[in-house]
Design a binder for this molecule. Structure first.
Ligand SMILES: [Zn+2]
Length: 418
C-alpha cells in the first residue's frame, strides 16, 4: 500500500472542508426546479483545479436556454494512466431546492457552516461530499506524482436531479467517443452510513394509471348501475396474482428480492357514502426485476384488465360498460446489472476490506440512478459512498470523516483498479 497517499489525503482535510463550503455557496439548483443551474459552480471549480496538473480538462456544454450562461456544463478532468482503459468517478454539480426554509435550523441552505465535524448546507451530501472526496484523492495522486493504473476521469456533470438529459445522458448521446468498452465507473451518489453497501443493479420502474368508467347509481341498488370502484379493486387483486405467478422470480441481490406492484393513488368522484361513483382510477407503482420485459408485462396487465371487464360487461343505451383505459405515467427499463466480478466491484470490495476491515454487501435497489447510463453502454458501474442519507432534507450535511475516508477508497481505486 502506498501510505504516502493516505497521509497526504489526511493533510488535505482542512482544504476539503473549505472547498466543500465554497461549492455549496454557489447554488446550482436544477433549472427543472426553477433554479439558475450549474454555471457559477462549474466556473468556480474550473478555476480551482486549473493548476493542479491534470493531463487534460474538457468542458462539454449542453445548451439550455433556461440556465444561467445558456448552458449546462459538464467538466471532465483527466489523469493519464499506464493503461488506456479508463476509471470514471462521476459526481453531479446540481442540487435540489432547499424546501421549507424554516426547517433549516443549523445553517441556511446556501450559507454553509462547519460544526462538530460536519458541513451543513444544500448539496453538502448530495453530491458535494463525494465530489470533494474525488478531488482530494486526485490532488493527492498529482502532488505525490503517483501514476494511476487506468486513466482517471473525474466527471462533474449537470442535471442528475432531473433525469440527466443535460448531464451524463447528454455525454452518452452526443459524445460517445468519450467512452470506451473497457471503461469502468464509480458513481458515489448513494450508499450506507458505514460504507458497507455497493449497488450494482436496479429494478425497472413502471407507473400506470388505470381508469374505469362505470354507471353512477344509488348505493342501495348497485344492480341498476355498475360500480367502477369494485372493478378496480378486483383488478388490483388479479394483478397481484399475475405478478406472483408469472413474474415471481426471486433475486437475492434485491431487498425485497421480488417484483413489487403497489396501488398508490386512487381517485373517484363520489361525494357521498351512498353514491356509487361513475368513475374510478388507481395508480400502480411497479418495480420489476431486471430480465423481465416491460412490454410483455404491460400486455399482461391489459389482458387481466380485459378479463375483469368481460366479467362485468353491460350495455346501456347501446353503450358498453365498463370502459377501461391504461395510461403509462413513467417507465424506466432497468439497465443490465453490473457483474459482481467486474474490476470496479472487486477492487472496491478489496479497498473496503483493506482500508476499513469491512465486508460490504453487494446488492440492487428499487429505483433508477445515473449509473444506468453507463450500464446501458456496457460500462460496469458501481454506486457507493459513505453517507448518513440526509440528501434532499433540511439541514443536509456531510460528515468530514466520511469524506476523508471515501477519498482514501477512491485513491485506492485509482491506484489499483486493473
Ligand atoms: Zn445525488
Amino acid at each position: 500500500m502506498n501510505m504516502n497517499i493516505y497521509s497526504k489525503i489526511d493533510s488535505l482535510r482542512e482544504y476539503a472542508v473549505n472547498l466543500l463550503i465554497e461549492l455549496i455557496k454557489r447554488p446550482a439548483v436544477n433549472p427543472s426546479f426553477g433554479g439558475e443551474g450549474e454555471y457559477e459552480k462549474a466556473m468556480f471549480l474550473l478555476r480551482e483545479i486549473e493548476q493542479w496538473g491534470f493531463d487534460d480538462i474538457k468542458v462539454v456544454n449542453a445548451p439550455d436556454p433556461r440556465a444561467k450562461g445558456g448552458v449546462r456544463p459538464n467538466i471532465l478532468a483527466y489523469i493519464k494512466g499506464s493503461g488506456k482503459e479508463k476509471l470514471w468517478i462521476l459526481t453531479h454539480l446540481d442540487v435540489v431546492p432547499p424546501g421549507d426554509l424554516n426547517a433549516w435550523t443549523i445553517a441556511k441552505p446556501f450559507e454553509p457552516v462547519y460544526v462538530n465535524g460536519r458541513v451543513y448546507g444544500r448539496g453538502a451530501e448530495d453530491n458535494g461530499q463525494s465530489m470533494v472526496a474525488s478531488l482530494i484523492a486526485a490532488k493527492a495522486l498529482l502532488e505525490e506524482g503517483v501514476k494511476p493504473k487506468r486513466t482517471i476521469v473525474l466527471a462533474f456533470v449537470s442535471d442528475e436531479e432531473a433525469g440527466s438529459e443535460y448531464g451524463l445522458g447528454y455525454l452518452v448521446e452526443n459524445h460517445r467517443e468519450l467512452f470506451s468498452p473497457g471503461d469502468v465507473a464509480l458513481v458515489p451518489d448513494a450508499g450506507a452510513s458505514d460504507g458497507s453497501f455497493i449497488e450494482v443493479a436496479e429494478k425497472s420502474i413502471l407507473w400506470t394509471r388505470l381508469r374505469v368508467k362505470g354507471i353512477q347509481v344509488h348505493a342501495s341498488i348497485p344492480h341498476k348501475g355498475l360500480n367502477p370502484h369494485r372493478i378496480s379493486a378486483e383488478f388490483i387483486l388479479l394483478l397481484d396474482k399475475l405478478i406472483r405467478e408469472k413474474y415471481g422470480r426471486i433475486d437475492e441481490l434485491f431487498d425485497p428480492p421480488y417484483t413489487t406492484c403497489e396501488p398508490t393513488m386512487a381517485r373517484n368522484p363520489s361525494g357521498s357514502p351512498n353514491i356509487i361513483p361513475g368513475e374510478h382510477e388507481v395508480v400502480v407503482d411497479c418495480r420489476v426485476l431486471p430480465g423481465y420485459n416491460l412490454d410483455e408485462l404491460l400486455n399482461d396487465v391489459k389482458i387481466v384488465f380485459e378479463q375483469v371487464k368481460n366479467k362485468y360487461v353491460k350495455t346501456v343505451n347501446g353503450v358498453e360498460y365498463p370502459q377501461l383505459t391504461i395510461e403509462v405515467l413513467n417507465r424506466a427499463d432497468a439497465a443490465p446489472p453490473t457483474p459482481i466480478d467486474s474490476p470496479i466491484v472487486k477492487t472496491l470490495v478489496k479497498a473496503l476490506e483493506e482500508l476499513r476491515g469491512l465486508k460490504p454487501k453487494i446488492g440492487g435497489i428499487g429505483g433508477g440512478t445515473v449509473a444506468a447510463f453507463f450500464r446501458r453502454i456496457g460500462i460496469p458501474a458501481a454506486v457507493w459512498s459513505t453517507i448518513d442519507e440526509t440528501a434532499h432534507m433540511p439541514n443536509e450535511y456531510s460528515k468530514i470523516d466520511n469524506l476523508i475516508a471515501d477519498a482514501k477508497v477512491m485513491a485506492y481505486l485509482m491506484m489499483n483498479t486493473p
